[in-house]
Design a protein around this ligand. Structure first.
Ligand code: GAP
Length: 460
C-alpha cells in the first residue's frame, strides 16, 4: 500500500538529515536543480546501478557494456537531431521577467486536463492568451511569444571560444552506444540480435523546478540498446517492457505504484514508445522510457559520418542497417522513487513513532549496523566484528548514544540488521541480531554470523 503520510518536503528533510542527499554546493547558497549524494545515498545509488548492470548486461547472453566519453564530436548531435530539435518551448513573463515552459504553464492551468505535448507552438501561444494563463510567480498574464531553447550545455575546447571549437556535454548516453555499434560488433564478433549497455552522466539545461532529484541539470542514465533485424523489433520492444517491470519489482516496487504509459505523440523516427511511471508523492512520473527507434540512429550516423554502419547477415550475406530497441533509465529518478517508496513513519505500540526506510535488503545502503552495547567495555570486540563483516557487506559502526537511539538511526537509513556486541560476545562468542522491520531479536554465534546474514539477504 502506498504510504500517504509523506510529502516531498518531508522526504527532502529526511534525506538531508540522514546523509542521503544534500543540496548541491549548499554553503554557497546552492545551485538550482543540483544535488549531492551523501554517504548513505551514494551506497543506495551504487546498489541500484549494480543491479541494473547485473540484469541488463551480466545476465544477458547477448549484451556487452561500454563506457563512452561524455564529450563527443559535435557532429554526433547534428546526426542525432539534438542540435536542431532538443528544445523546450519557453515564454518570458513581461511583468516579472521570469521564464517558463509553455507546456508546463498550460498543464498547470488546466490541472492536467490538457496535454500540451500534442500542441504546436502557435496552439500553445493562443491557449495562453485565450485562457489568460497567469504567471506562477507574479500572477499577471503577459507573456512573450514562444522561443525554442536548446537544452544542451555548450562548452569550448582549446583556448578560443569560436564556433568551430564548440562542443556539448552529452544530453543522453545513448549516442555513445550508437557510435560504437561497429566497434563492438567487429571487435567481439557479435551477431544480431545483440545489445550494448552503458551507465553514465548526462546533462540538460532544465529551467523548470525539479521536484527534488526528479528533474536535475546533471543526472545519470542507464541505457540499453538492442540491435536487431527489422521484423524482430516489436518482439524485443515487448520483451523489454516486461524486462523493465521485472527490474522494478526487483527493487521492491509493487504493482500498484507502477504503470505503463504509451506515448501519444511519437517522435518522427519511433515506431512504438512508452514510459514506465512510478506513483511519486506528487503524482505519476516517468522513470524509464522504452522506444522502438527503427533504423533511424544508425542510418543518421552512417549519413553524417560517411562510415558504413551496415551489418552483414552471416547466413544470407544480406546487408542492412539494424533496428534499435532502446530501454532508457534515469538512475537518480529511480533512486528517488526507491526513497519515496521506502520511507515510512510507523506508529509503535507505546505511542511513539519511528522513521524507517523499508528498502529491500539487497539495495539497502548499509546491510549491518554494528553497535557495542557499552562503549568502554565492548568497542574493541565490536571493531573486530566490523573488520570481519566489512569483508562481505557494507556495514556501519555506531557507538554514540543509547542503544535505542542507535537502532532508530539505523531504521531511518534502512539498515536491515543491527548486531549488538555485549558481554555475551566476549564470553560466549555470540551476538544479538535485531531485524529492522519486525524489531525482533535473535542470538547468533559469531562463527556463523556471515553465513546467517548472507542467507537472510538471499531470502528476498
Ligand atoms: N536516450 C533516450 C532518452 O534519453 P529520455 O526520456 O529523455 O530518453 C530517459 O530520458 C530517462 O532519463 C528518463 O526516463 C528519466 O528517468 C531520466 N531523465 C531524463 N531527464 C532527466 C532530468 N532532467 N533529471 C533526471 N532524470 C532525467
Amino acid at each position: 500500500m502506498k504510504n500517504k503520510k509523506i510529502n516531498m518536503e518531508k522526504l527532502v528533510n529526511h534525506c538531508k538529515n540522514m546523509g542521503i542527499i544534500f543540496p548541491g554546493s549548499e554553503i554557497y547558497g546552492g545551485l538550482a536543480n543540483s544535488w549531492d549524494y551523501g554517504p548513505v545515498g551514494v551506497e543506495l545509488k551504487n546498489n541500484i546501478r549494480s543491479l541494473w548492470w547485473k540484469k541488463f548486461v551480466q545476465e544477458s547472453e547477448y549484451t556487452m557494456g561500454v563506457d563512452a566519453a561524455i564529450l563527443m564530436n559535435p557532429k554526433v548531435w547534428e546526426a542525432s537531431g539534438h542540435l536542431a530539435s532538443f528544445t523546450d518551448p519557453l515564454m518570458d513573463c513581461r511583468s516579472c521577467k521570469t521564464r517558463h515552459r509553455a507546456d508546463n504553464l498550460i498543464e498547470k492551468h488546466s490541472k492536467g486536463s490538457v496535454n500540451a505535448d500534442k500542441m504546436s507552438n502557435e496552439e500553445m501561444e493562443s491557449y495562453v492568451v485565450q485562457h489568460k494563463v497567469a504567471c506562477p510567480v507574479c500572477g499577471n498574464s503577459d507573456f512573450t511569444p514562444i522561443r525554442q531553447f536548446n537544452l544542451m550545455f555548450e562548452t569550448y575546447r582549446g583556448v578560443t571560444k569560436e564556433s568551430n571549437s564548440q562542443i556539448y556535454l552529452r544530453p543522453e548516453t545513448a549516442q555513445g552506444e550508437f557510435v560504437n555499434f561497429s566497434n563492438v560488433q567487429r571487435s567481439l564478433r557479435m551477431k544480431l540480435p545483440f545489445g550494448i549497455g552503458q551507465t553514465g552522466k548526462a546533462f540538460r539545461n532544465e529551467i523548470t523546478p525539479g521536484n527534488f532529484t526528479f528533474r536535475t541539470i546533471e543526472f545519470e542514465q542507464m541505457e540499453h540498446q538492442l540491435f536487431c533485424k527489422e521484423g524482430d523489433d516489436e518482439k524485443f520492444y515487448d520483451f523489454y517492457k516486461n524486462y523493465s517491470m521485472e527490474f522494478f519489482k526487483s527493487l521492491g516496487f509493487e504493482n500498484d505504484v507502477l504503470r505503463f504509459k504509451d506515448h501519444e505523440k511519437l517522435a518522427h523516427y519511433a515506431k512504438s514508445a512508452c514510459d514506465v511511471e512510478y506513483l511519486f508523492n506528487f503524482g505519476w512520473g516517468e522513470i524509464n522510457g522504452i522506444h522502438n527507434r527503427t533504423n533511424f540512429d544508425l542510418s543518421r550516423h552512417q549519413e553524417f559520418s560517411g562510415k558504413n554502419l551496415e551489418y552483414t547477415d552471416p547466413a544470407t550475406n544480406e546487408k542492412f542497417i539494424p533496428f534499435v530497441v532502446e530501454a532508457s533509465y534515469g538512475l537518480d529518478r529511480i533512486t528517488l522513487a526507491v526513497l519515496d517508496n521506502a520511507y515510512d513513519v510507523e506508529e509503535l505500540e507505546d505511542g511513539t513513532e519511528r522513521e524507517i526506510m523499508r528498502f529491500k535488503p539487497s539495495i539497502a545502503p548499509f546491510k549491518v549496523g554494528i553497535l557495542p552495547l557499552i562503549k568502554k567495555l565492548h568497542s574493541e570486540k565490536a571493531h573486530d566484528v566490523y573488520r570481519m563483516l566489512s569483508k562481505h557487506f557494507r556495514v556501519m559502526y555506531d557507538e554514540t548514544g543509547s542503544i535505542g537511539k542507535r537502532y532508530r538511526r539505523q531504521d531511518a537509513i534502512g539498515t536491515p540488521f543491527c548486531v549488538t556486541i555485549d558481554d555475551e560476545t566476549i564470553n560466549n562468542q555470540t551476538v544479538t541480531i535485531r531485524f529492522r522491520d519486525s524489531m525482533q531479536q535473535e542470538v547468533v554465534a559469531l562463527d556463523n554470523l556471515v553465513a546467517f546474514i548472507t542467507s537472510k539477504l538471499a531470502e528476498e
